[in-house]
Design a protein around this ligand. Structure first.
Ligand code: ADP
Length: 483
């Protein structure tokens, strides 16, 4: 099949979260399975053109959008093997430091930026003569692609055989904008059923995307059920329910070329389930980086995450403040996000300077070192569509402690001392008491070295490869084409 995969972020070019990892690994796996795949993303200022070998593909490129000519260019890179990655270059919309926001708030013109991106992708596919069987859209940023294709381009013979699939990576981000945006000429109510876009007093890009696509997927089975409830689907729960069998859940996997402790070039020591000695080398290096006392025996707990309410980082900070008084362990956190939450961790760092470390910002090399060097990885998410770090942690023998929600619940099976089965620890209630209880329990387990190695082996044997997910996506693509 010819598949055009469209995403607002793609690793390694630009990444703020798991969407970028998936937008790298899934197209690569689809190409490996024999499909003809191209990927489109915006050319943000942050993309390193030299490092990733970007070259001009079309210049100048004129995109008519919002009744004006927008002079742009199309770049291409072959950095991801077997895939053409295309970048829409428009300095007015994408020539800024952030992807979606500056240090303080979302860009005011995000609706316009991603509507432009969506139209530009449709135009560019024609210009590069890539006639897709499937356009695979991801999250709200691409939500207008299905709308434009089924309205503005409905008579365009180039797209006659193209089916639309949309993956929802996080229903908490819906791309809701004011009703002013409905004045966009491309959304003329004579051709577009505005009800399918309307949301409270404005427009929802995500709603548009799911209602205009032929098939919709989410990134774990449990989350595909959860989003049908108001708690997880918010005010789109009804729309998700209305999709019936057009909606399915396909769990994300991990890219074993990027995430493998035996070959990871970011690590000072490589290791495997058979010989874990390299993991201790990584732990000592991680302690050094955070200015913590070198100690191979002390339990080292940590998190790499967006520091947001969704991730439960507020409650974790409150619990740590108490448990650090009662238990001897080290804790580090790598992340950026909510200023109020960062303050909490700064406070903890001040209270326990000998035991805790905080790295504010995004750092890929440190992310790999932490996955390898930590003993225990905590994910107390309020909700988690799939989550990748629990899978990276399993692969690196770093035992996940997760709240039983979404993809976390799917991937982790509770350790059982009797049967010696299980690859991590789960808890249900996101409260200080439960977190306190589970962390104490896990720290005690860690001290039982005989059992701990067994949990690590179980974890490292976890195998969920993209090849398996690709088979499921192929099924979805085929049925989208039929419909
Ligand atoms: P989400 O997409 O909701 O943020 P995921 O678990 O799906 O959550 O993916 C997050 C990805 O981003 C993981 O690869 C994680 O390691 C990475 N990440 C998050 N924050 C940072 C950071 N500050 N530095 C490096 N990587 C980070």
């Amino acid at each position: 099949m010819k598949i055009a995969f469209i995403s607002s972020e793609v690793y390694p070019f630009a990444k703020t979260g798991g969407l970028a990892d998936v937008s790298y690994a899934l197209p690569k796996a689809l190409a490996k399975a024999g499909h003809d795949v191209c990927v489109f993303m915006p050319l943000y200022r942050a993309v390193d053109k030299v490092k990733y070998g970007l070259h001009l593909y079309i210049d100048p490129l004129n995109i008519e959008f919002a009744s004006a000519d927008h002079w742009s260019a199309l770049f291409e890179s072959s950095f991801i093997p077997c895939i053409g990655t295309f970048f829409i270059d428009n300095s007015e919309y994408f020539g800024r430091d952030g992807l979606y926001n500056d240090d303080y708030r979302s860009y005011k013109d995000n609706a316009e930026r991603f509507a432009f991106f969506s139209k530009a992708v449709i135009e560019c596919l024609k210009k590069i003569s890539f006639r897709p069987d499937i356009i695979h859209c991801n999250d709200w940023h691409t939500g207008l692609i299905p709308v434009f294709l089924k309205t503005l381009y409905s008579n365009d013979s180039f797209y006659k055989r193209t089916a639309l699939v949309m993956t929802v990576h996080n229903a908490g981000y819906q791309g809701n904008f004011s009703k002013e945006f409905l004045k966009l000429p491309e959304l003329n109510s004579k051709i577009v059923n505005i009800k399918k876009l309307a949301h409270s007093d404005g427009i929802s890009f995500l709603k548009a995307g799911i209602l205009f696509s032929d098939k919709v997927t989410t990134v774990s089975r449990k989350y595909s059920e959860e989003i049908k409830t108001e708690e997880f689907g918010y005010d789109l729960a009804g729309e998700f329910r209305s999709l019936d069998d057009r909606l399915s859940g396909i769990p994300n996997a991990i890219d074993h070329e990027t995430w493998d402790p035996e070959t990871d070039t970011n690590l000072p020591g490589n290791y495997s389930a058979k010989d874990l000695s390299g993991k201790t080398v990584c732990k000592l290096e991680l302690q050094k980086r955070f200015g913590l006392p070198a100690d191979a025996e002390i339990p080292m707990l940590g998190v790499i995450s967006r520091l947001t309410f969704q991730k439960g980082m507020d409650i974790l900070a409150d619990s740590l403040e108490i448990i650090l008084q009662d238990e001897k362990f080290q804790f580090i956190i790598i992340g950026s996000g909510d200023v109020g939450i960062i303050k909490k961790y700064e406070h903890i760092k001040k209270m326990f300077p000998e035991n805790t470390g905080l790295y504010q910002g995004y750092n890929e090399e440190l992310e790999h070192l932490a996955e390898a060097g930590l003993d225990i990885f905590i994910m107390p998410s309020r909700y988690e569509p799939c989550g990748l770090n629990q899978m990276y942690s399993l692969k690196y023998g770093t035992i996940p402690v997760v709240r039983a929600t979404g993809g976390l619940d799917d991937a982790i099976t509770e350790w059982d001392r009797e049967t010696k089965t299980g690859n991590g620890f789960k808890f249900n209630e996101l409260s200080q008491e439960e977190l306190y209880g589970i962390l104490r329990k896990v720290i005690r387990e860690y001290r039982d070295k005989g059992n701990w190695v067994l949990i690590q082996r179980n974890a490292m044997n976890y195998k969920y490869t993209w090849d398996k997910a690709v088979k499921e996506y192929e099924k979805v693509y085929r049925s989208a084409l039929k419909s």
